[in-house]
Design a protein around this ligand. Structure first.
Ligand SMILES: Nc1ncnc2c1ncn2[C@@H]1O[C@H](COP(=O)(O)OP(=O)(O)OP(=O)(O)O)[C@@H](O)[C@H]1O
Length: 247
């Protein structure tokens, strides 16, 4: 399989507001793609469309060769479930279940799906918590954790279902600056392990360091796409950076 994600002429409108205007791109296996761009340019909407959290108004999305939506027509409900199950999503605001412990958060979906034995699920949650540096937090509740710790739990939770693709929607935007590093380190480790990822982020330096490719969105379109070297040499991006820094 050569393409993990193939997006063709994706269009999305909210009422009369056209948020995505024929956006096309593809992601190869093992690629880490960062999506950057000014606020309101459609980055989150594009990402959410891939996992059917937004219903698109035109175009096609094909995940690992399977069409989620083709020329605006969606697959059947069961195919949509299967296709979106191959992707894990990490949100800006963590979205942990407050009434479950850290371990409970990790194990809820796999225990509900019953695809694996309970012992295997428990072993995996232990391993993944160790991987994100939180082995000692398995039995605490999310309210006891810092934002950076919560986000690392959310990443471990997304990994519990063995996704082929991970999507990050501004994973550090809700964090105090001193807590972003611990989350970015985990994402970088996943990139080093060749996890296929799309990361929507405002962290320009991180995008430059971790991404194989950068997609720069502006006003619902892909303004530029290329390697970090190509994109960070671009005068258009420089103008946006100055603008963002002033904000
Ligand atoms: N549910 C919705 N209903 C109406 N408009 C929406 C909805 N969701 C997003 N929008 C609008 O779509 C546009 C793109 O939003 P989106 O969140 O995709 O941008 P973004 O590039 O991710 O921005 P940011 O960096 O601020 O998160 C914005 O104008 C936003 O107000």
């Amino acid at each position: 399989m050569n393409t993990m994600i193939e997006v063709k002429e994706l269009q999305k409108s909210f009422g009369s507001l056209e948020v995505l205007k024929k956006v096309s791109f593809s992601v190869s296996p093992g690629e880490a793609v960062a999506v950057i761009g000014p606020s309101g340019s459609g980055k989150s909407t594009m990402l959410r469309s891939l996992v059917h959290l937004e219903e698109i108004t035109g175009g096609s999305i094909v995940i690992q060769g399977k069409p989620l939506v083709e020329n605006g027509k969606y697959a059947g409900a069961s195919d949509i479930r299967t296709i979106t199950a191959s992707m894990g999503m990490v949100f800006q605001h963590f979205n942990l279940f407050p009434h479950l412990t850290v371990r409970g958060n990790l194990e809820l979906a796999p225990r509900t799906l019953k695809r694996e034995k309970v012992a295997a699920i428990e072993a995996k949650s232990r391993d993944l918590l160790a991987k994100v540096g939180l082995a000692d937090k398995a039995d605490v509740y999310p309210s006891m954790l810092s934002g950076g710790q919560k986000q690392r739990v959310a990443i471990a939770r997304a990994l519990m279902l063995n996704p082929d693709i991970l999507l990050f929607d501004e994973p550090t935007s809700a964090l105090d600056p001193e807590l972003t590093g611990e989350v970015l380190r985990v994402i970088r480790q996943l990139a080093d392990e060749q996890m296929t990822m799309i990361i929507v982020t405002h962290e320009m330096n991180f995008a430059r360091d971790v991404a194989d490719r950068i997609i720069f969105m502006d006003k619902g379109e892909i303004a530029e796409s290329g390697t970090p070297e190509q994109i960070f040499g671009s005068p258009r991006l420089e103008r946006t950076r100055l603008f963002l820094n002033q904000g």
